[in-house]
Design a protein around this ligand. Structure first.
Ligand code: GLU
Length: 263
């Protein structure tokens, strides 16, 4: 009996002195992890000229890549600290959630549904959805797609906006833009629906394709992070980079050089 009372007392003391409470974990902070690790890992597209692509020497290049390099330089105060990981529209969120990357700079639009599961920086570019068709096509706008077939790339914002705007369209999905173009050229569908900036790149590479002039949405591109406190400091640094590059004209200059500046 005496033994039981002592045990009970010890237990009560243990609980009241707070020893039984789990120690509060320090908040995980991605920026700390990055500085400790010595590089920042950024998800980049390789099939989205002129935002993310590989140049003739096999090096990552494009508007998104330049922004990613500015972010690396801001964090470490020197160049060459960015590790690029290729992502596609369909796997970019997964690579963020599985911590393969610290952030994504990949022509990613801020949308209400994505805001529920991701954090975003301020926008660094504004695109708009449009249609890419074969030269001579009868499709002149979104409405002409009623009862027809249209191609989207999986994981992009085009699918939901297309479904909402043209209920009777049949949608065919591909994993990459290269496959989407192949599908269009083979006559699998009447148009590709995606961001104008991406479609311009595709039409410049292939004279048999035409980008239609009308825009059907507003696509603010922003850097995406895992949602929560762990990303707060990193997000602040990235917003500083975007704010500074916009204020001193760097972003505008890059847009002009890549032919994506809108007047
Ligand atoms: N900006 C659009 C999106 O975030 C499409 C561009 C892309 O292929 O990434 O879904």
């Amino acid at each position: 009996m005496y033994k039981k009372i002592v045990l009970l007392l010890v237990l009560v003391m243990f609980v009241f002195c707070g020893c039984a409470k789990p120690q509060k974990e320090p908040v995980e902070n991605t920026l700390n992890d990055i500085t400790k690790r010595g590089n920042v890992i950024i998800g980049i597209k390789t099939d989205t000229y002129p935002f993310g692509f590989k140049d003739k020497n096999g090096k990552y290049a494009g508007y998104d890549v330049d922004l990613a390099n500015m972010i690396g330089e801001k964090i470490f105060g020197e160049k060459g600290k960015v590790k690029f990981v290729p992502v596609t529209a369909s796997d970019r969120m997964m690579k963020l959630f599985t911590e393969d990357v610290d952030m994504i700079v990949a022509t990613m639009s801020v949308t209400p549904s994505r805001l529920q599961i991701l954090d975003f920086s301020n926008p660094y570019y504004i695109a708009g959805q449009s249609l890419l068709v074969k030269k001579g096509s009868k499709i002149k706008g979104l409405r002409d797609l009623n009862g027809k077939k249209a191609i989207i790339v999986f994981g992009t914002s085009s699918e939901s906006s297309l479904r909402a705007a043209v209920p009777n369209v049949s949608i065919i999905g591909y994993k990459t833009y290269a496959e989407a173009v192949k599908g269009l050229k083979q006559g699998k569908a009447d148009a590709i629906v995606s961001d104008d900036t991406i479609l311009i790149g595709l039409s410049l590479k292939d004279g048999s394709l035409v980008l239609l002039p009308k825009r059907y949405s507003r696509e603010p591109y922003a850097v995406a992070f895992r949602k929560g406190q762990e990303s707060e400091d990193l997000l602040r640094v990235v917003n500083d980079v975007i704010e500074e590059a916009s204020r001193n004209g760097t972003l505008q200059k890059l847009q002009k050089n890549y032919g994506i500046k809108k007047y």
